[in-house]
Design a protein around this ligand. Sequence first.
Ligand code: NAD
Length: 320
Amino acid sequence: MLIVPEALIADLVTPEDAYAAVEACFAGMARAEARNFPVVREALGEGRQYGFKSGIDTAAGTMGVKAGGYFPGNAARGMINHQSSVFLFDPQTGRPQAMVGGNLLTALRTAAAAAVSISALARPDARVLGMVGAGHQAAFQLRAAARVRSFEKVVAWNYHPEMLPKLGEVAAELGLPFEAVSLDALGAQADVIVTITSSPAASLMSAHVRPGTHLACMGTDTVGKQEVEPALLARARVFTDEVAQSVTLGEAQHAIALGLIEESDVMGIGAVLIGAHPGRQSPEEITLFDGTGVGLQDLAVAAMAVTRAREAGLGTTLVV
Ligand code: NAD
């Protein structure tokens, strides 16, 4: 069994690698070559959440689980709030193969998922990126989005406005003008909106969003979280990574509970990637990607880290 610690990941897996791995994983799901197992996610109190995301990809030969969660007290301790580890097993024998630090990989694969959705569903002429959220993941999201469209400006809103200047630094790194704005101004300008918050209630309302916008709603990955008004999902063509997760613990959970949409209204994005669904059908349509985060994404990027570590002779081998 190979241990690939968190500190090695940045040298082993690039954002471009993560994009390719996530795109292949969504396509594999649409071809029924790969499946996610039901998610376990439990509230521990004081905002802490812990759980397991797992699955098997028969085409890629990966099986395993990501164990981890969200611990909002960590920032005050000098650690990021997300903590996770990925465990890979041989799909034929069940023997453990690797344990891989999952923190950077989670950020890379989550940003890659949003970018895959932007690439597949946003209007090609999208020029203004709207960011709702300014925490740890937001910086990765901004960088990944900027790789798939020629944005000319970033507008951003955050519930805690004091966090926005740090996101502005990321925009500056990319050479993009950055403006902190109200949600009204964000929706009025943005062609693409990424939401990436731990919000328990909708911030972005349907009235904020103009026709033709693509939204990647990435923060809601647990029962009870919510970033956008359910009416927005009723107005949009809704895509997701995994329908079962979207309707139970993703952003769609609220629109489903209110009877505004049905499960059959939510489409796996893999179908668009393999050409089985047309995706966006007009420049005026609102498209919304409900990115809930699937175990197969974690396995795909962890397997890549393991391959690279083996090639470079890095990591620690344990006999178990
Ligand atoms: P973080 O703790 O670094 O940042 C939290 C963000 O949420 C900040 O922008 C903060 O201002 C905002 N926020 C906090 N309370 C809020 C409230 N009451 N209303 C509105 N906004 C509020 O967290 P992070 O690591 O950036 O993660 C952000 C979210 O993304 C979390 O909910 C996390 O679980 C989720 N996430 C999802 C996936 C996925 O695959 N879908 C993967 C990783 C993280």
